[in-house]
Ligand binder design. Structure first.
Ligand code: ADP
Length: 378
């Protein structure tokens, strides 16, 4: 099923007619619902899958798109589709909408909206193409997985904290005991490092769980930026020195207080610094903070293995780890930067990455001053 609900078009030349039919059958063979609307948000083209997703028998000519697509947000707020389309100038996608049917059943909806020029030739009328897909099954699997991760990370916290404390005590006792076999100290050191890695991973999983459930809370406070930089440099200097790296800091401009979440700003910088140390075998790691009237620009610069152009787009993806053998030599889960990108959104901040393979990487985050920030109602 394929319709153009506009006034009858003049007959097309034969080649154009063939092309037109080809497009018709292509659009109708798509599993995703396709709906094209013109500048006044009236449906001009749709396919069979659109009728399925919207649970309609047909779509009458010149129907307003808002009459047939009435999505709601995950917390049941109606979405004004006409103004959403109106404001879409670059492609937009969402996986967090729902569509309710007249019998009160509902589906989880994937929706993408892209601006297009409809019609033929350069004078074709503008409009938008909407792609819709029922993702109820995927969503429910994702919800189950998130719930599982959240329960597991919660349950593992206590035993790991106890193991960490006990191994640390055993190390102290071993240090104080004379004539102890050095292999025991080495084994305890290795066990301690692995427990720390597990604790970090559990922490990432737990932040991730809360981020995906939208329950991360932003508590704004005045952050003494210089003190935060000094604290991080002092915390990570021993780890850097163990690898023969220099840990440096640079403060640029008159930096005073930054109003943001200290907890999350610190977590992002910690992620950048641990990565910088992990993926650098010689040279230095520098934490930089520079002042701007809108906020603070932090950067973590390393002289490490760098990230290829192809990987740079993917490092913030969930579970992504580079295939580079030097990455695989270090422990990692591929969650740190994903969690970081979630936190960044919460902070209204912006991340940039500059990197060159074998030369080093700079992960930067601009954290805006949220002194007069009014949180949106949940
Ligand atoms: P991981 O636990 O693997 O470190 P992250 O999400 O923190 O997970 O990072 C994802 C991937 O990005 C890493 O596996 C690595 O390939 C790459 N990466 C991150 N930071 C750096 C860096 N400073 N230098 C080189 N590669 C990096």
């Amino acid at each position: 099923m394929f319709k153009r609900n506009r006034k009858p078009a003049p007959p097309l030349p034969q080649a154009a007619q063939i092309e037109h039919e080809r497009l018709n059958s292509l659009i109708n063979s798509m599993a995703d619902a396709v709906i094209a609307v013109d500048e006044s948000k009236k449906v001009v083209v749709y396919n069979a899958a659109a009728l399925n997703v919207l649970d309609l028998n047909t779509i009458k000519p010149n129907t307003d798109v808002a009459k047939i697509i009435k999505p709601v947000t995950s917390d049941n707020h109606p979405v004004d589709i006409a103004s959403l389309i109106e404001t879409t100038t670059t492609p937009y996608t969402s996986r967090d909408l729902r569509l309710q049917y007249t019998d009160n059943s509902s589906i989880s909806l994937y929706m993408s909206i892209a601006p297009v020029r409809l019609g033929y030739g350069t004078k074709g009328q503008g409009g938008h193409v909407l792609l819709l897909r029922d993702i109820t099954r995927e969503k429910s699997l994702e919800d189950e997985r998130d719930e599982f991760i959240s329960v597991i990370s919660h349950e593992l916290r206590t035993p790991i904290a106890i193991a960490e404390g006990n191994i640390s005590n055993a190390q102290l006792i071993a240090d104080r005991t004379e004539g102890i076999d050095p292999a025991i100290k080495q084994a305890l050191g290795e066990a301690y490092n692995q427990v720390l890695f597990l604790a970090g991973m559990i922490n990432d999983l737990s932040t991730l769980g809360r981020a995906e459930q939208g329950s991360l809370k932003l508590e704004i406070e005045a952050i003494d930026v210089k003190a935060l930089v000094a604290e991080l440099v002092s915390n990570y200097t021993p780890e850097a020195q163990k690898k023969g790296l220099e840990m440096k800091s640079e403060i640029i401009g008159e930096i005073g207080e930054l109003h943001s979440s200290k907890l999350y700003v610190r977590e992002v910088l910690q992620n950048f610094i641990t990565n910088a140390i992990k993926y650098t075998s010689q040279g230095s790691v520098t934490l930089e903070a520079s002042y701007s009237s809108q906020g603070i620009h932090f950067a973590v610069r390393d002289t490490g293995i760098g990230i290829s152009k192809g990987d740079q787009d993917r490092v913030f993806d969930k579970f992504f780890r580079s295939e580079d053998y030097r990455t695989r030599q270090a422990n990692g889960t591929g969650l740190g930067l994903y969690v970081t990108s979630k936190i960044t959104r919460l902070l209204h901040a912006e991340i940039t990455l500059e990197s060159e393979l074998n030369k080093g990487s700079t992960f930067s985050i601009f954290v805006p001053n949220l002194e007069n920030h009014v949180p949106k109602p949940a």
